[in-house]
Ligand binder design. Structure first.
Ligand code: SF4
Length: 455
């Protein structure tokens, strides 16, 4: 399987090189996103080891009950007259018993062979009996058992630079492997210098906003734009949109409603009560340092404005005033960066770069699920879809944007494309040997002469 993936990568790099020679790549802005698709795995066969052990015990119990019932019916049948109906009932009972036994044996074998899967925080995550490399993930269409197919897309003509499926529903750790994979792919294409990642910007949605992802961007020298979940609430352009209004704007008191008393280093609330300084400087999870002021509990308990002032069931009002300076964490620095006008403009291009790619693959190419099991096979399937997307880009755009006129590289283009088609036909032959294939590709060797016929 690794050999096959290696062959696809070589073809992918060839196509990438042709795309570059045809002027379809800029290397200035890359966008990353993921498509969560169901795999060839059953969601009901998911669970932690504890849950799966309980399921196995339940199956064993059910099997024992059915077996006892089957034997009882057998004894009754011996006393009754034989007939077609009796024979059919017996065969159905035996088939049902057989299915139940197979399920119980499969689950027991899985529990013996597999190890519990560990999540990012060291906790156990759900395993899956049918495809243990897939993951249960939340999507806009509900919960699916499948893969999170990632694609890194170039801005100029939405060519996919690198694609890789992941068996994790979270995007918090995807940037590192994707950038490393893109680097390898560019090196394979001989484009490491012309399309160096160090010269590129990377945009991705709020799901990618994490310390790990930002650290990976730093390590690869990429200029990252990975906003947090609340960046639109801070953006004045969305001030009139109800769903992007912050809690403060919905009527709750903010810092601006409190008056600072410099002489006493305290704040006075709208009810005239004093909030005194409790902590001169303390850090928080967002990487900033704050100065904290608190009201007295007895003042807030009797206050008629309490519902406008205190969130949740807090006993008294507390204000955290940022101290300024360079934030300590990467995520805090990213929040400060994304709040600037140039960063907002760069991030605003993300949607038009990466989303049409997924729309094409999902709607036009009808990719609505992965049909193979295991990360390696799914990786082959995803790479082939990415490859087809790039070939389609070449077919549609190369004539328009490539070099024009006699002797301007067209013969070189056709030579390269012919080489790609040769590789692809050999690849399909290999694929049919490895996988049970749909009828379209069941006889790829018959296609080969057609693809290789000189024009
Ligand atoms: S809840 Fe407390 S801090 Fe807020 S207005 Fe009332 S007294 Fe002042």
């Amino acid at each position: 399987m690794d050999k096959l993936q290696g062959r696809i990568e070589v073809i992918f790099s060839e196509v990438l090189l042709v795309c570059h020679e045809e002027g379809l790549l800029s290397g200035t802005h890359l966008s990353l996103d993921g498509l969560k698709l169901p795999g060839n795995a059953s969601r009901e066969w998911s669970g932690t080891f504890q849950e799966l052990r309980l399921k196995a015990a339940k199956l064993q119990r059910k099997f024992a009950e059915k077996l006892a019932e089957h034997r009882r019916q057998d004894r009754l049948d011996q006393k009754r007259a034989a007939g077609d109906d009796r024979a059919r009932e017996k065969a159905a009972r035996q088939a049902s018993l057989q299915r139940l036994r197979q399920k119980a044996e499969r689950l027991s074998a899985f529990l013996k062979e597999a190890e519990p899967k560990e999540g990012a925080r060291g906790n156990e995550v759900q395993s899956n009996v049918t495809d243990n490399e897939s993951a249960k993930m939340q999507t806009s269409h509900g919960v699916v058992q499948g893969y999170n197919a990632q694609a890194l897309v170039d801005e100029k003509h939405q060519v996919i630079v690198h694609g890789r499926p992941s068996g994790s529903g979270q995007d918090h750790r995807q940037v590192g492997p994707m950038l490393a994979g893109a680097k390898e792919m560019l090196a394979l294409s001989g484009l490491s210098e012309e399309l160096a990642l160090e010269k590129a910007k990377l945009s991705a949605d709020c799901n990618y906003h994490s310390e790990e992802n930002l650290k990976a961007c730093e390590e690869h020298g990429v200029d990252a734009y990975l906003p947090d979940n609340h960046f639109r609430q801070r953006d004045p352009r969305f001030a009139t949109q109800e769903r992007h209004k912050s809690r403060e704007k919905k009527g709750r008191f903010g810092v601006k409603d409190f008056t600072y008393d410099a002489r006493r280093d305290s704040y006075v609330c709208p009810q005239g009560q004093e909030l005194t300084c409790q902590s001169a400087s303390h850090g928080s999870g967002d990487g900033h340092r704050y100065r904290r002021y608190r009201a007295k509990g007895r003042d807030c308990a009797a206050c008629p404005l309490r519902s406008q002032c205190i969130a949740g069931g807090g006993a008294r009002k507390s204000l955290a005033i940022p101290l300024g300076g360079e934030p300590a964490t990467r995520t805090a620095r990213m929040r400060a960066k994304i709040d600037t006008a140039p960063a907002r403009a760069i991030y605003g291009r993300r949607l038009a770069i990466v989303e049409p790619v997924f729309a094409n693959l999902r709607s036009n190419k009808r990719l609505d699920r992965f049909t193979y099991r295991g990360q390696a096979k799914v990786s082959v399937q995803w790479s082939l879809y990415c490859l087809v997307h790039n070939l389609e880009k070449l077919a549609h755009l190369s004539r328009k944007y490539g070099p024009q006129g006699p002797g301007c590289g067209r013969s070189r283009l056709f030579t390269r494309l012919r080489r790609v088609l040769e590789c692809l036909s050999r690849l399909f032959a290999g694929l049919c040997d490895l996988f049970p294939a749909p009828p379209l590709f069941s006889s790829p060797r018959k296609l080969t002469p057609l693809l290789l016929t000189p024009n």
